[in-house]
Design a protein around this ligand. Structure first.
Ligand code: SAH
Ligand code: F3S
Length: 476
């Protein structure tokens, strides 16, 4: 993805229609729409691969589809409401074409299970994130006149052997998932329930996927996991089965970063998401060691107050988080740092909220994804705490946080002016055909005159001016 001039992983994707780069098969047509995080986007590429094997091709027009698939997000209530709104639109198409099949995939499918069939009458198929291999069978059941559900979560599934069909790709940057699920149990978060237990993918299949991408002309891969720092491979053995000795011998995230970086010096490596309780100095030293591992860390803080972080079950304090930031700044000077912030979580006092603002000012993040707390059914927070910050207050706090972050982003971007940046060209600027855009190592977007450069080139750009989040310059 990354075809847009925004920061790498856009959590706020509002449903992107995805098409296969190279249409395969003359068979039935699927219309695939992806909501939510980069992991979902990456999963959509696995789904496309599974269906392409069955002869499916893709379309951007749902009116001509035989199968509509929505890969959904459940992280906040508004993500689910958006999907429900979309299903209403498909209802019209279904009335015209009763044979049209509609499938709901991903986290919302997993959360609601067969209840979704009762609530949304037009849905035929409900599939959770670990059951995509079963899609062809489920489709067959629907063709036979039945509704079909598979929401089994798995302890092993990593889709390691499936080579994803790249969707809507710029041919330069791609995602590779390295872990699935999450064991962290942050009290506000529904992910451990919708994506199941954490498991790591065989490093050989990850490195091979990176090699294949490089051979096809890709120049940047982003390694994806809910918590990349907890990646650990010991020949497929689950983490908790390992003896201390085996654990010491196991292949870590730092090892994985190095193996992927070694694919080629011309393949850039990014990763997301880092976790403050698990991010080790080893990982930071590995980033510093390899020129082609980008100097950029996405380290969600959520709140700047230790009591709040304890209620959130995040496993670190304000001090520990700031210590990790200091480690990044000392081991990788000038690194880009971004974060996630939640306002209005259960019991958030004025002081706790003020601590978030002060932490932001102390760190000065390059970028942040910021959200008002949305209570999710089944989470620890829903069971244990009262969602007692009034919606309006959550929103005002959010607005203040956003305004402060914009100020910081602008300051950070400005620091790049007057410097030379190594930029990987991703495409033509949205605003002008005469300009190309790409990113520097710190993940800041850089725009410059097109000349004879093309996608996939590395260029050195001297930044001469900037907007809030974009550097503008000339190739030197
Ligand atoms: N695994 C990542 C993030 C997963 S979800 C991590 O380590 O943090 C992405 C972001 O959504 C989270 O970082 C959090 O800021 C936000 N989020 C998760 N649950 C939420 C909820 N119930 N309400 C509001 N924001 C939430
Ligand atoms: Fe969610 Fe925390 Fe995992 S935010 S995805 S439970 S690290």
């Amino acid at each position: 993805m990354n075809i847009y001039e925004n920061k790498v992983i856009d959590e706020s994707r509002q449903g992107e229609v995805l098409v296969m780069d190279k249409p395969v098969g003359e068979g039935k047509k699927m219309f695939l729409e992806s909501y939510g995080c980069a992991m979902n986007f990456s999963d959509s590429e696995i789904v496309a691969s599974i269906l392409a094997d069955k002869g499916y091709s893709s379309t951007t027009d749902f009116h001509e589809a035989d199968l509509i698939l929505l890969n959904t997000c459940a992280i906040r209530d508004n993500a689910e409401q958006r999907v429900r709104g979309r299903l209403k639109e498909y209802n019209i198409a279904k009335r015209k074409n009763p044979k049209l099949m509609i499938g709901v995939l991903g986290c919302m499918a997993e959360r609601l299970k067969s209840k979704l069939l009762e609530e949304e009458k037009i849905v035929d198929i409900v599939v959770g994130p670990d059951a995509y291999r079963d899609l062809p069978n489920l489709i067959e059941s629907v063709e036979g006149g039945q509704k079909a559900v598979n929401v089994l979560l798995s302890l092993e599934e990593t889709y390691a052997d499936i080579s994803p069909v790249r969707l809507d790709s710029n041919g330069v940057t791609a995602f590779i998932s390295i872990t699935r699920g999450c064991d962290n149990m942050c009290s506000f978060c529904v992910v451990p329930f919708t994506r199941g237990r954490e498991r790591s993918r065989d490093p050989e299949s990850i490195v091979n996927e990176a090699k294949n991408l490089f051979e096809q002309g890709y120049r940047e891969v982003t390694l994806l996991g809910q918590n990349v720092d907890s990646y650990l491979w010991a020949n497929g053995k689950a983490k908790k089965e390992l003896s201390d000795d085996e654990r010491g011998q196991a292949f870590t995230f730092a090892n994985l970063l190095e193996s992927v970086a070694n694919v080629s010096p011309d393949l850039r490596v990014r990763f997301s998401t880092s976790n403050p309780q698990d991010m080790t100095d080893d990982v930071l030293h590995m980033i510093a060691k390899h020129e082609n591992i980008c100097n950029y860390v996405h380290l969600p803080v959520q709140s700047g107050n230790t009591e709040m972080l304890t209620r959130m079950n995040r496993g670190y304090s304000r001090e520990k988080y700031l210590e990790r930031i200091a480690a990044i700044n000392s081991i990788i000077p000038g690194a880009g740092i971004s974060t996630d912030i939640i306002t209005g979580f259960c019991g958030e006092t004025e002081q706790e909220y003020a601590d978030t603002l002060s932490l932001m000012s102390e760190v000065k993040f390059d970028f942040a994804y910021m959200f008002a707390y949305s209570e999710r059914p089944g989470t620890m927070a829903e069971k244990k705490y009262k969602d007692d910050v009034p919606e309006a207050l959550k929103k005002t706090r959010l607005q203040t946080v956003i305004a402060l972050q914009q100020k910081h982003s602008a300051e950070r971007t400005k620091q790049g002016v007057g410097k030379v940046h190594r930029v990987l060209v991703e495409g033509v600027s949205k605003k002008s055909d005469e300009r190309l855009y790409g990113r520097n190592s710190q993940n800041t977007v850089v725009v410059f005159p097109r000349q004879n450069f093309k996608k996939g080139d590395y260029v050195n750009v001297l930044a001469k001016e900037c907007t809030l989040a974009t550097l503008i310059g000339e190739v030197v």
